[in-house]
Design a protein around this ligand. Structure first.
Ligand code: NDP
Length: 277
């Protein structure tokens, strides 16, 4: 039995994705969505394990809590300090983080972006940013600028990445002086709690690509800004969502599903029901 934990989680696409992976691979999948507020997450996870839970995904706002609850963690989860995939092992939880691999695979394999030597701006320093930053560095980008509303969290992420030659951290107010970027990644949850703060057009060059890790209505404001600023590509996080799920599926079942038909299914669904989970 598998599940996704989040708060809220009712509109999560993950149960649909894993059901489609199961149907495609012939693996019997039982996958549910469990709403757990942070204060009740440890208890809910223990109850899930007692019911036979073998693995789980973890989404907003529980990824750093999940890391703290793990008995062991993969190197990429330790670098992120955040876990989105839990595997039951020897009576405890092993944590992994597939977000970064999911983003890099979507950008490079699906959208044909060459990330090597690119100058990248990462907006945000929360759980998602912590997951994708190490994977972007591993993909060979040339420079990573992390800008966050709370500058101290950007500093903490830069310190944790341990790559001072390539990584710089700034507060949001420094954005006007940073110049143009090859790739802009919106890893904030800004549009969930209100509006995306104003971004300077000078961040964009004619060849720039922009990606919002959200999708549907959550991604719309940043992608509209990116198009207006002249980005050559403006992508949402739907492909990343499918790719990180495929990595989780492989962790649990030892088989990597074909993501293209599932991506096409979700794209159709999101075009007709644009509200994000
Ligand atoms: P967190 O709550 O961990 O972090 C939120 C981040 O957004 C912080 O950096 C926070 O800044 C910033 N932020 C929030 N509100 C504002 C605002 N009004 N103005 C500027 N910055 C703001 O969330 P996650 O990192 O887990 O998720 C971020 C986004 O990524 C979500 O939209 C989520 O859906 C998406 N996501 C998509 C995935 C996919 O597979 N496609 C996977 C994971 C996440 P501060 O530190 O100052 O509070």
């Amino acid at each position: 039995m598998h599940a996704v934990f989040g708060h809220p989680v009712a509109h999560s696409r993950s149960p649909r994705i894993h059901a489609l992976f199961g149907a495609q691979t012939g693996i019997g999948v039982r996958y549910e969505a469990i709403d757990a507020a942070p204060a009740r997450f440890a208890q809910a996870l223990a109850a899930f394990a007692a019911r036979g839970g073998r693995g789980a995904n973890v989404t907003l706002p529980l990824k750093e809590d999940a890391f703290a609850l793990c008995r062991s963690a993969s190197p990429r989860a330790r670098r992120a300090g955040a876990v989105n995939t839990l595997v039951r092992a020897d009576g405890g939880w092993h944590g992994d983080n597939t977000d970064g691999a999911g983003l890099v695979r979507d950008l490079s394999a699906r959208h044909g972006l060459d990330l090597r030597d690119r100058r990248v701006l990462l907006l945000g320093a929360g759980g998602a940013a912590r997951g994708v930053a190490p994977a972007l560095l591993d993909a060979g980008i040339g420079a990573l600028w992390i800008a966050n509303r709370t500058a101290a969290r950007a500093d903490a992420l830069a310190d944790a990445l341990g790559d001072p030659a390539r990584v710089q951290a700034r507060g949001w107010d420094a954005l006007p002086g940073l110049g143009g970027f090859d790739l802009l990644v919106n890893a904030t949850a800004a549009t969930r709690g209100g509006a995306l703060p104003a971004l300077p057009m000078a961040l964009v060059a004619p060849h720039s690509a922009a990606v919002d890790l959200g999708y549907g209505t959550d991604a719309a404001p940043f992608l509209a800004w990116a198009r207006a600023a002249g980005c050559a590509q403006a992508l949402d996080g739907l492909g990343m969502l499918v790719e990180q799920a495929a990595e989780s599926f492989q962790c649990w079942h030892g088989v990597r599903p074909d993501t293209d038909p599932v991506y096409a299914d979700l794209r159709r669904l999101t075009d007709t029901q644009p509200t994000s989970d």
